[in-house]
Design a protein around this ligand. Structure first.
Ligand code: IPM
Ligand code: MG
Length: 369
């Protein structure tokens, strides 16, 4: 059988640096675990704009549709701030999500024991934290029409975006949250603003419908998203799976990520419906952005990107044991005190570089054999 295909899109800023470490790890799995991938590397975001005048070419889009999984670094940077909205780096990422129909975005926030001291919250509030945010990724205000900026004909302007959700869009992301909950602690908390938004009322009703008709065994609660943000910093361990819309999910997942100490640690998976071969369209990317302030200095933490590849092993390639091997290797290097600059602070010491963190993870992988 042909090797599964992986399309790698390093993108902008620290994307290429962190992805370089992931490529070393992919090679390790090929050599040592006979898990070989057919890897192709391509451009996205500002890098694609510089080369082709668009943040994502049709050819790259086509390759992404055909790949068994896509691994993306990060997009964006100050060099592209003044570009027309339609060709901004972020448009490349949003096109991938939309055209691949990656409606279910899994953003785990897990606190590694070795890092509990790095959280801005007290250690006992975050130690052992393990929550999963399921963010709807292909609809809502990110894509709703009408949208745009227009003249109000009185000398001013009007900016318009539309929050829009259909029954089907809500039900399918709710199902993926309930499925995940069944394999975890069996609890889902749905977040919206049903107190002020009709789309929030529909969200609550449809999530409840899916619960009653298909997943009555899972515990379901509802929360207004503002209260959810407050509860996330007050007592995050009350949650297991959180399901929410595209915009609230964007905000709440940054908040949840930071509970764990550093944005440089958090991976994500964006999944579509399973295709004919049982495999969903899938893209994996770190939650952090392109971090232009530290680009090219060897300071970037590659762990979020490495853990995104671990999620690919688990969710696209049915290699749960190998995913766990990689996650344990990361845990090990953190226990041993390996720290990129984002993880410095409380326990002092000398930070290591992006490449050295890659070396350390490879070392721990070798030790795992
Ligand atoms: C994210 C990012 C993106 C988003 C940006 C880069 C378009 O913040 O993945 O969370 O808003 O979805
Ligand atoms: Mg975000």
């Amino acid at each position: 059988m042909a090797d599964p295909t992986l399309l790698i899109l390093p993108g902008d800023g620290i994307g290429p640096e962190v992805m370089e470490q992931v490529v070393r790890i992919i090679d390790w799995f090929g050599e040592k675990r006979d898990l070989k991938f057919d890897v192709k590397i391509d451009l996205v975001g500002g890098a694609a704009y510089d080369a082709h005048g668009t943040p994502l070419t049709d050819e790259t889009m086509d390759r992404a549709m055909k790949a068994d999984a896509v691994l993306l670094g990060a997009v964006g940077g100050p060099a592209y701030d003044d570009l027309d909205f339609s060709v901004k780096p972020e448009r490349g990422l949003l096109r991938l999500r939309k055209e691949m129909d990656l409606f279910s975005n899994l953003r785990p926030a897990q606190c590694f024991d070795a890092l509990a001291d790095f959280s801005s919250l007290k250690k006992d509030i975050v130690a052992g934290l393990d929550i999963m945010i399921v963010r709807e990724l292909t609809s809502g205000v990110y894509f709703g029409e009408p949208r745009g900026i227009q003249d109000d004909n009185e000398g001013g302007r009007i900016g318009v975006n539309t929050q829009r959700y259909t029954t089907n869009e809500i039900r399918r992301v709710a199902r993926s949250a309930f499925e995940l909950a069944r394999r975890r602690n069996n609890k889902v908390c749905s977040m919206e603003k049903a107190n002020v938004m009709e789309s929030g009322i529909l969200w609550r009703e449809e999530v409840t419908w899916v619960h009653e008709n298909e997943y009555p065994d899972v515990e379901l609660s509802h929360m207004y998203a503002d209260n959810g943000a407050m509860q996330l910093v007050r007592a995050p361990k009350q949650f297991d799976v959180i399901v929410t819309d595209n915009l609230f999910g964007d905000i709440l997942s940054d908040c949840a990520a930071m509970l764990t100490g550093s944005l440089g640690m958090l991976p994500s998976a964006s999944l579509g419906a399973p295709g004919e071969n049982g495999r969903p369209n899938a893209m994996y990317e770190p939650v952090h952005g392109s971090a232009p302030d530290i680009t090219g200095q060897g300071k970037a933490n590659p762990i979020a990107c490495v853990l995104s590849f671990a999620m690919a092993l688990r969710y696209s390639f049915d290699q749960g044991d190998e995913a766990t091997r990689l996650e344990k290797a990361v845990e090990k290097v953190l226990e041993n005190g390996a720290r990129t600059p984002d993880l410095m602070g409380l326990d002092g010491g000398t930070p290591i570089t992006t490449v050295q963190m890659g070396d350390a993870i490879l070392g721990a992988l070798n030790a795992s054999l």
